[in-house]
Design a protein around this ligand. Structure first.
Ligand SMILES: [Zn+2]
Length: 482
């Protein structure tokens, strides 16, 4: 039987507001445990929440960027459950009257752009963080840190319209890019500011009915999202092929073992006994407010990609890679300012810079090669000071040390030799040392030119100007024949 994969994602994005959603505590990541708390976010009895306007601004901004509809009126609701990291025993969230309904995100697929619909975007508070089995004072104890309690969260729920783990990853990447362009979430999956749960089910090819869905949690990187979903799709297909029934449940992704395992049977909405939050009045979003936010929308990834294609004349592929993160796109444009040859810059960033960054698992913001330094490197190639092969060596040193190109060229004495009289001796020696190859070349084996080039480069420790050597070799090899 051929199955069709049906995936929907629920993404939680921590909003990068200065303060929490219902109190004035700081949201800064990494502070010592329980130092950013107050009676409100500790859930003391009798305290009253006050909504952070900036958090609503950010959610509206996201809605506008994703073509969603901001509801004229929405309401907060209590989601009741017990967990040690949530002392109120309820989380303030939104239920039947969310802030945003509908919208979509477009992802690039081999068949062209695919539109993934959104069900809703709503606001809620984050809960504290339980820490188990880590080597703190007592390794057997569990700890809880309430710094995260009350950090504003935006939940973005997609329609079940993703048809493969690959598409799920693309969707999540695109969503992260949009949030980063909007500057509403830093998108850091390792620090948990962007988290993702997935609903996965299979159904016979062509069927209209959905199969039993399983929720997957605990995927904290793009790679893990893809791996977890790939594993789960295989597991479900195998279960169905063996004629067994799937259970509606929540499963945890175990990245070390590369499997999902059952955590609990799936809860239903009625298990949470949602009811309207009595401490907060309904929220009205008047049109001037929304229009005011619309005017602050920056250039979004899709628009920037199109502009790169038309303004810089680079291929669509380059433009899509370069605009995949705001920081990378900014970096590219900064380079162009100092060195206005868009395709040269794009090749270097995509090949050399991204290779190094990917190898070290860091982002362009952390690169020690500044756009100014990169531009200087290109100019040194253009004016013949170094060859393009040397430029790669210089780049590696720039990347390691953060020093400017000219300084490295000086330190490593990498200046290329373009002076013909200086090169001639090396050329003559190579030809004298390889009489057989010289004869073969003259008999028509033109490919040997590469061999001679290599020998001259070796003799000059790679410092010879390739064009000059090429010219000299051709002159010498043809001159004696006549
Ligand atoms: Zn607080």
């Amino acid at each position: 039987m051929d199955y069709e994969v049906v995936i929907g994602l629920e993404v939680h994005a921590q909003l990068s507001t200065q303060s929490k959603i219902f109190c004035g505590c700081s949201t800064k990541f990494g502070a010592p445990p329980n130092t950013q708390t107050c009676p409100v976010c500790l859930g003391m009895p009798g305290v009253l929440p006050v909504l952070n306007r900036r958090a609503v601004d950010f959610a509206i901004k996201t809605a506008l960027a994703c073509h969603g509809e901001v509801a004229p009126r929405c309401r907060f609701a209590r989601k009741n459950y017990f967990y040690p990291d949530m002392p109120k025993n309820y989380q303030i969230s939104q239920y039947d009257e969310p802030l945003v309904v509908g919208g979509y995100v477009e992802i690039p697929t081999p068949e062209g752009l695919k539109r993934i619909g959104l069900v809703r975007i709503h606001l809620e508070e984050d809960v504290g963080k339980s820490i188990h089995g880590e080597n703190l004072d007592d390794p057997r104890a569990s700890y809880v840190d309430f710094n995260r309690s009350g950090v504003p969260l935006m939940e973005i729920v997609s329609q079940p319209e993703l048809s493969s783990p690959d598409e799920a990853k693309l969707y999540l990447q695109k969503l992260r890019t949009i949030l980063q362009y909007l500057d509403v979430c830093d998108g850091n999956m390792e620090e948990g500011s962007l988290r993702c749960d997935a609903n996965v089910s299979l159904r016979p090819q062509g069927s209209q009915q959905f199969g039993t869905k399983v929720e997957i949690k605990n995927m904290n990187s793009f790679r893990n999202v893809q791996r977890a979903l790939e594993y789960e799709v295989k597991r479900q297909a195998k279960t169905l092929e063996e004629g067994e029934k799937l259970v509606q449940e929540t499963r945890l992704w175990d990245a070390n073992r590369g499997v999902t395992r059952s955590m609990r049977s799936k809860e239903f909405a009625h298990d949470y006994r949602y009811f309207p939050e009595p401490d907060l009045v309904p929220l009205a979003t008047v049109r001037e407010w929304i229009e005011g936010i619309r005017r602050t929308l920056p250039e979004l990834p899709d628009a920037r990609m199109q502009r790169f294609i038309t303004e810089y004349g680079i291929p669509e592929y380059d433009a899509s890679v370069l605009t995949s993160s705001k920081a990378l796109a900014d970096y590219y444009e900064a380079c162009i300012k100092h060195y206005p040859k868009p395709k040269v810059v794009s090749n270097w960033i995509m090949v050399e810079l991204l290779r190094a960054l990917n190898r070290d698992g860091i982002e362009v913001e952390q690169s020690r090669v500044t756009p100014e330094h990169l531009a200087e490197l290109f100019k040194l190639v253009d004016d013949g000071t170094i060859s393009s092969t040397m430029a790669k060596t210089v780049f590696d040193a720039m990347y390691e040390t953060g020093k400017p190109a000219s300084e490295i060229v000086k330190e490593k004495e990498l200046r290329q030799i373009s002076d013909e009289s200086a090169l001639l001796a090396a050329v003559e020696r190579v030809l004298a040392d390889n009489p057989k190859e010289v004869d073969d070349f003259r008999a028509g084996r033109e490919k040997l030119l590469g061999f001679f080039m290599g020998q001259v480069m070796k003799a000059t420790q790679g410092k010879a100007n390739p064009q000059a050597v090429n010219k000299l070799l051709r002159e010498r090899l043809t001159a004696k024949e006549s």
